[in-house]
Design a protein around this ligand. Sequence first.
Ligand code: MN
Length: 197
Amino acid sequence: MKKSLFLLPELGYQLTDLSPMMSQRTLSYHYGKHFQSYVDNLNHLIEGTEFEGLTLEDLVRKAPEGPVANNAGQVLNHQLFFQQFRPEKNAKVPTGELLFLIDQSFGYFDNMREQIDKAAKSLFGSGWVWLAMNDEGKMQVLSLPNADNPLRHGLKPILTIDLWEHAYYLDYQNRRAEYLENFWLLVNWQVISKRIV
Ligand code: MN
């Protein structure tokens, strides 16, 4: 009997809603195929093992380096990535407690964005750039390879940019800077605010 089965999470928007910044074609492959594969692989890998029944976050924290950690990492990373977007196309900015913590940690919002962009432009190979937070509410930018996640470093993941080529190649080919510019237009700051609690 299966004790746990991870599922592709609901998005709260349609695959056409993020165009043209993220096209339906990109989402149908990235969400519909790549993400689905990580979910399927993880379910297959943990079935009947000591990992079965753990939450996704605990799998990411506790699994030793290897296939379970890689697939659990990619499932959580993609969940955080896809759930942080919103259909509306006009850019908004963080407010309230989130803005306060950003200002405390980076001076001001543009400084944070600049640090994230710089890390994202210079990340070599496949990986993710993160806005992460420690227990004291101090935020930092992290550049992590492959399927790694801030949880494995004792930090809380707040915002993330997928820099595997499958995330942007269909829409932007080698134009990573353009992908980043458009990424900021998609961020749902209300979702991000809920992650600092
Ligand atoms: Mn991806």
